[in-house]
Design a protein around this ligand. Structure first.
Ligand code: ADP
Ligand code: MG
Length: 679
């Protein structure tokens, strides 16, 4: 007996090539087939009598085959079928090219549906290559909204529609993952209706209803997991790190600048959180250059002063090394470690990796900064009280989870992010997080002036850069994004260095790319920071975090190849002091659309606004793909944002009474073993 769990090979009369083709589409079982939804519909629902046909448009007619025969056209070297179809009002000629065999399939006297678009041929209307279907109660290919699926070779539209129509009655044995009361509270279709309407809707309203239900289901599961995690976390214990106001006040007053209001507020939130045994799970959001690092250091200071361990995770070696330098400067009384693939350091000394990891294991208090290397199995913190993740979106979900697994008590968790996420989506993505936002930039910062330089303006741009450097400033030059493999990228960066050396023989130009060794990277960054290099040519590795306040010019080559959010990150490398900074965009592709996009970028300095725009232009999947978020939404997209609060509430209602989901085996199954982002 065929049921929803049957393999597609058990469907009667299915052929081997069809089974193989379905596999290519990821369809293995009947259930998969039922959930293989169309991406659009052809509207053949309009019926016409033959006498009322007009040229153009999609119509279906119902008629009797008066005559049908095959013919070989010597001119086009193909066989064709020619027929005459009549109804009570008249008759029409029908031609199928290249399908002479139809003269055998369809018989004189048979009643059929034909769907197509009438056109004039030699002064009379005819139908060319219409879809045909023998008249029946449940038409599949004609006289309705006809589903159109993504196909692959060996699988024809009609075949797939027939297969789906054949198994469709089995839909009723699918158990709905959404509880009945949620469906009725929210006015949603049940799963049987959803599947039926998705394939063979009576109208487009039904399609919309089905899509909405599927989107709700996804966002509900997302919220269920997020809220479950949050509630479970609330049962766990973390370290009680007492907020020592004197310590923090002294530190802050020793700084060469005033904290911004946003920084103060965020630091306060964090220090308050850390005083509780409830594990902190906070996201610190602030646009590039808003000074998140310092806030993180304040939190770290409080923990290490009380002899705890703190881990700070950075996505790139350059950034880890930079944080290490800054930490040594600000927190000079404490142990500061650096651990990456290339470095193992403790304060001013190189330290063998084994030595450093064993000190960590013994529980030596201090701030340990590193890349993924800090997450390796052999690095076991004994008293990890606070974990800080910089540029949180750069880390995979599991990597972040690792950090939490490494100690018995749960560390407080602080994530830093400048990834502008449109506000409307934050709830969906960060459902389980508390959020602090730094909205203001440090005092005296000027807006970065961004200009597009057309091809013929290159000389002018170079003159401008020369003038800036003569005033003691420095410039970044980003070379175009070339495949991630980056061998070509490195080559492009190297040749850019050569050409800039010719253009600016009087200046020192350095090169940075991901393939440099750790020590080389460090040397280049140190030289640039010390203004021993006037120009730094780099691949996109300096995208995140890098902080060289004296740099005031950011040149981006091949700017059209980068997303807006990424361009904004690059631009964030300048404008980090009170000096006026500039961003110059060069574009290889001067088509209007791409110019408009860069023009929009030039006009706004607001990361959030750019994120909204990027989302519109590039789409949801591209921007917040599964890797970053740990979620792979298939049906949910920003147009369903308004469903989030209800989904969240329904999830909470269930969890408040049944955190383990024991009364909801399907939901339990679905959420089991799923890791969500642990920011
Ligand atoms: P981001 O939020 O992008 O990580 P950073 O933490 O790298 O920004 O800070 C950017 C720059 O601003 C650094 O050079 C830092 O020393 C400086 N900075 C941070 N806070 C302030 C402040 N309150 N006033 C002036 N400069 C600040
Ligand atoms: Mg940063």
């Amino acid at each position: 007996m065929l049921d929803i769990n049957s393999s597609t090979s058990e469907i009667p009369k299915i052929t081997k090539p069809q089974i193989a083709a379905l596999k290519k589409l990821g369809v293995f079982s009947v259930q998969d087939l039922l959930f293989y939804f169309p991406f659009r519909y052809l509207d053949f629902s309009k019926f016409s009598t033959i006498s009322s046909l007009k040229p153009g448009g999609n119509v279906t007619i119902k008629g009797v085959i008066k005559n049908i025969e095959s013919r070989f056209s010597f001119r086009s070297r193909m066989s064709m079928a020619e027929a005459v179809i009549s109804d009570e009002t008249g008759s029409i000629k029908v031609i199928w090219f290249n399908q002479g065999y139809l003269a055998k399939t369809l018989k004189k006297g048979e009643e059929i549906f034909l769907a197509g678009s009438p056109e004039y041929y030699k002064n009379s209307l005819q139908l060319t290559n219409p879809i045909y279907e023998k008249a029946s109660d449940f038409p599949i290919h004609t006289s309705r909204l006809v589903p159109v699926y993504h196909l692959t070779s060996q699988l024809y539209p009609k075949t797939l529609r027939n297969l789906i129509a054949f198994v469709l009655p089995l839909t009723k044995s699918i158990t709905d993952i959404l509880p009945k009361n949620i469906l009725s509270n929210q006015g949603l279709l049940d799963i049987v209706q959803t599947v039926n309407y998705s394939h063979f809707p009576e109208n487009l309203q039904q399609v919309e209803e089905a899509k909405k239900r599927l989107a709700f289901e996804e966002i509900f599961l997302n919220q269920l997991l997020a809220q479950k995690y949050k509630l479970e976390l609330q049962k766990k214990k973390s370290f009680k790190i007492k907020f020592d106001q004197n310590l923090i006040k002294n530190f802050v007053s020793s700084l060469p600048f005033e904290l911004t209001a946003g920084q103060k507020r965020a630091a306060w939130d964090i220090l308050q959180d850390m005083e509780k045994t409830l594990p902190m799970n906070r996201l610190l959001e602030g646009d590039v250059g808003s000074g998140k690092t310092l806030v993180a250091f304040i939190a770290a200071l409080q923990a290490i002063d009380l002899k705890y361990q703190v881990a700070l995770l950075a996505p790139t070696e350059i950034l880890a090394a930079q944080h290490f330098q800054t930490a040594k400067k600000y927190l000079d009384k404490y142990k500061i470690g650096l651990l990456t693939n290339h470095y193992s350091k403790l304060n001013n000394n190189d330290e063998p990796k084994a030595k450093l990891t064993s000190l960590i294991k013994e529980g030596m208090p201090g701030l340990f900064i590193g890349t993924h290397a800090l997450l390796q199995k052999n690095v076991k913190f004994k008293k990890l009280a606070l974990a800080i993740i910089d540029e949180q979106h750069r880390f995979g979900v599991e990597q972040r989870a690792n950090l939490l697994a490494s100690s018995k008590k749960i560390p407080h968790l602080l994530s830093l992010s400048a990834t502008p996420m449109p506000r409307t989506l934050q709830l969906a993505y960060y459902g389980e997080l508390d959020i602090s936002q730094i909205k203001s930039k440090p005092a005296g910062r000027k807006l970065i002036i961004t200009r597009m330089a057309k091809k013929d303006a290159r000389q002018k741009a170079y003159d401008f850069i020369r003038q800036q450097i003569k005033q003691g400033r420095q410039a970044f030059v980003i070379t175009p994004l070339i495949e991630e493999s980056d061998v070509l990228g490195v080559k492009a960066a190297k040749s850019e260095v050569e050409s800039l050396k010719n253009i600016f023989p009087e200046f020192k130009t350095g090169l940075m790319h991901g393939k440099l060794k750790g020590t080389e990277k460090e040397q280049v960054m140190a030289d640039f920071l010390a203004n021993k290099l006037n120009i730094l040519v780099s691949t996109s590795v300096v995208e995140v975090g890098v902080d060289v306040p004296n740099a005031t010019v950011m040149v981006i080559e091949g700017a059209e190849r980068f997303g807006l959010a990424q361009l904004h990150q690059f631009r964030g490398r300048v404008g980090r002091s009170e000096k006026q900074s500039y961003c110059i965009l060069f574009s290889e592709n001067e088509n209007q659309e791409s110019l408009n996009r860069l023009e929009d970028f030039s006009k706004t300095n607001d990361g959030f606004a750019l994120a909204e725009l990027d989302l519109k232009l590039r789409g949801f999947g591209e921007m917040y793909g599964s890797q970053q978020s740990g979620w792979n939404f298939k049906y949910f997209n920003p147009s369903y944002t308004s469903l989030i609060p209800a989904a969240r509430q329904e999830a909470l209602d269930i969890l408040m009474n049944d955190l383990e989901l024991d009364q909801y085996p399907l939901l339990k199954e679905k959420t089991k073993g799923k890791v969500i982002h642990f920011e």
